[in-house]
Design a protein around this ligand. Structure first.
Ligand code: MG
Length: 373
């Protein structure tokens, strides 16, 4: 590499960082602009084909150890459910198996099968959420035929596998035969209160053997046999449980992920938005952008950072700085300063200028950039 190439390479490196223009501006219910480059990225996890997501808690992996570590009976003693050939099997009469850890909003993966040697029980069990207040039913629901007989009411629709028990049947029935493994992937949100006021009754979304069977079903209340829903549950995290309904139902591959409440994020435009929190975050972001503007001698970056600060929180102080920054940018453009005239940077500045015009920050006639790209 000769000196000229070296100098060109250095130039490209030095010019690499410039904020991209963003979309619609922040407002009372959105701290961030649309496509805001300053918005934090989601936490990176790994989710390889056929493997458990790296942030999941494994509740059963086929071993006795995972049972001892994760499951107890209703009195907190080791569960009497057994591990047989890598399967976690209900011990009829011993009561439910409860997780030691307690959960609120969560995503659960669980596999189960209706036993072949349980012709009368239909493999009844269930996934019990929030200290057994809500059940997603487990049952052999493969050979369902509509029953016209009043003497054989066992296969009612709101009690088949994948039903929100007693409330909502599955959208379709993707059940497999007894003896075949089946899966549930369940997203559970418990009721959400502000003080005593119920803001959200909570919901279930369920994929049964990969098929959507509960589509964000809003809970009517707690679930129960032969009864309309009870009052909505209250309180924080509670155990997850597997039901003992007297049938030796086997389970495998059980893992769970904690997920944030839809009401935990108060600075986005979602259901939990709080205008005061949005204003506070916008104020903080405005200060950060102003500090970044004042820390750089790059006229392009200073221009963008000042406008960014103004978009987060319009202030007279920043507005007054934008005038001189615009003049400095124009002067840099006219003097051939690469920090403004390098092709990608100039194109980005043009997009930024168009965004300012489109969103009404400035008039079209106030554009001072030479539009080239
Ligand atoms: Mg059940």
């Amino acid at each position: 590499m000769n000196r000229m190439q070296l100098s060109a390479a250095f130039c490209v490196l030095a010019l690499a960082v410039i904020a991209e223009p963003s979309g619609d501006r922040p407002d009372f219910t959105h701290a961030w602009a649309v496509h805001d480059v300053n918005r934090p990225d989601p936490v990176k996890i790994t989710a390889e084909e056929g493997k458990i997501p790296s942030d999941a808690i494994v509740l059963f992996d086929g071993t006795e150890k995972s049972v001892l570590e994760n499951w107890v009976d209703a009195s907190g003693e080791p569960t009497k459910w057994t591990v047989r050939d890598g399967e976690f099997v209900c011990a009829p009469g011993s009561g439910p198996a409860l997780t030691k850890e307690w959960f609120e909003d969560c995503q659960l993966h669980i596999e189960w099968k209706a036993p072949l040697d349980d012709p009368d029980g239909f493999g009844n069990s269930g996934v019990l959420f929030f200290d057994a207040q809500y059940e997603i039913q487990i049952l052999d629901s493969y050979g369902i035929t509509p029953s016209k007989s009043p003497f054989k009411p066992a296969n009612y629709a709101d009690g088949q596998a994948g039903a929100v028990y007693g409330q909502n049947p599955c959208l379709v029935n993707p059940a497999r035969k007894p003896g075949e493994w089946q899966s549930f992937d369940i997203v559970f949100h418990p009721p959400f209160y502000e003080g005593e006021r119920l803001v959200d009754p909570g919901s279930f979304t369920v994929f049964f053997n990969g098929v959507l069977v509960q589509d964000n079903w809003k809970l009517e209340g707690t679930t129960g046999w032969c009864t309309r829903p009870g009052p909505h549950a209250k309180g924080g995290a509670k155990p997850l449980a597997l039901q003992d309904h007297g049938n030796p139902v086997p389970f495998r591959n059980i893992w769970i992920r904690r997920i944030p409440s839809r009401y935990a994020e108060t600075t986005c435009g979602g259901p939990g938005v709080k205008c005061a929190d949005v204003a506070a975050l916008r104020s903080k972001l405005a200060a950060q952008s102003l500090a970044a503007a004042n820390a750089t001698d790059d006229p392009a970056e200073r221009f963008i950072r000042l406008w960014e600060s103004f978009a987060y929180e319009p202030s007279d102080e920043v507005r007054e700085l934008i005038g001189p920054a615009s003049l400095a940018l124009k002067a840099a453009e006219q003097s051939g300063d690469e920090r403004v005239n390098e092709r990608e940077r100039h194109a980005a500045l043009e997009r930024f200028m168009k965004m300012l015009i489109r969103q009404g920050y400035i008039e079209e006639s106030e554009n001072f950039l030479e539009m080239r790209y």
